[in-house]
Design a protein around this ligand. Structure first.
Ligand code: ZN
Length: 243
């Protein structure tokens, strides 16, 4: 039996399948990964998304963030890998997705139960009163944008370097990890802490680990049971053909 067929058998018989996704699933939607040759950090200073830099230089930080948004997040569309996960959820085979991505593509693909471990790019949060503002409702012509309630600076509602994981996302992930018996890792190399621990905990709880990536990762030789090598779209299309 091919590895893809084996994977589908495991997916179909899972009691609580959870997907764990990273930048690699969105590359074929035109979103560059943070690291590596064509990575975002080859073009932008990582300091741009550092919380202490942001707090002391909100205007400069926002100038760079705005440029990054306009270049990196140009109306991307979900690709075949996102749509495969959406199909699995509709078939009631997939219980949730824990994603490290902030690109909104799992929601756009139609998934309902998505835990955004690193926040999102839809909202802005006030550093003063904590009020959430929709990005589309905020005028970004004058930087930094300010809160309409208290006048303090608004920050994108995703996790900056030096910030904690949002409590809600963290707790929901923990609860999913406790329940899962199969975890499907797509496009993440397992180097971003503490997100990287999610598959480790799942494995420790006895879950089977299926991994999709273009090349072996930190997980592959240690915890992966079934490694499917190839791009997210290529492997997911093949998996879908066996559904
Ligand atoms: Zn406020």
């Amino acid at each position: 039996m091919s590895k893809e067929k084996q994977a589908i058998e495991i997916i179909k018989t899972a009691k609580h399948l959870v997907a764990f996704t990273g930048a690699g699933i969105s590359v074929e939607s035109g979103i560059p990964p943070f690291r590596g040759e064509n990575g975002i950090w080859n073009k932008y200073d990582p300091e741009t998304l550092d919380i202490s830099f942001f707090m002391s230089n909100p205007a400069e930080s926002w100038k760079r963030i705005k440029q990054m948004f306009s270049e990196v997040l140009q109306q991307p569309k979900p690709n075949k890998a996102h749509l495969f996960l959406s199909k699995l959820e509709k078939m009631n085979l997939l219980k949730s997705i824990i994603t490290q991505n902030i690109d909104n593509l799992h929601f756009l693909a139609g998934n309902q139960n998505v835990i955004e471990f690193h926040g999102n790019t839809r909202d802005l949060v006030c550093v003063g009163c904590g009020k959430i503002h929709k990005m589309k409702d905020v005028d970004l012509d004058i930087l930094p944008p300010k809160c309409s309630s208290c006048g303090k600076v608004l920050k994108p509602d995703f996790v900056f370097f030096g910030e904690n994981i949002p409590t809600d996302a963290y707790n929901k992930s923990q609860s999913e990890i406790e329940k899962t018996d199969v975890i499907l890792i797509i496009g993440t190399s397992g180097v971003i802490f503490p997100a990287s621990l999610i598959p480790e905990f799942a494995k420790r709880n006895g879950a089977k680990v299926i991994e999709i990536n273009t090349k072996p990762t930190e997980y592959t030789s240690r915890i992966t049971d079934l490694f499917l090598q190839g791009s997210a779209e290529k492997v997911c299309s093949e998996l879908e053909s066996y559904l």
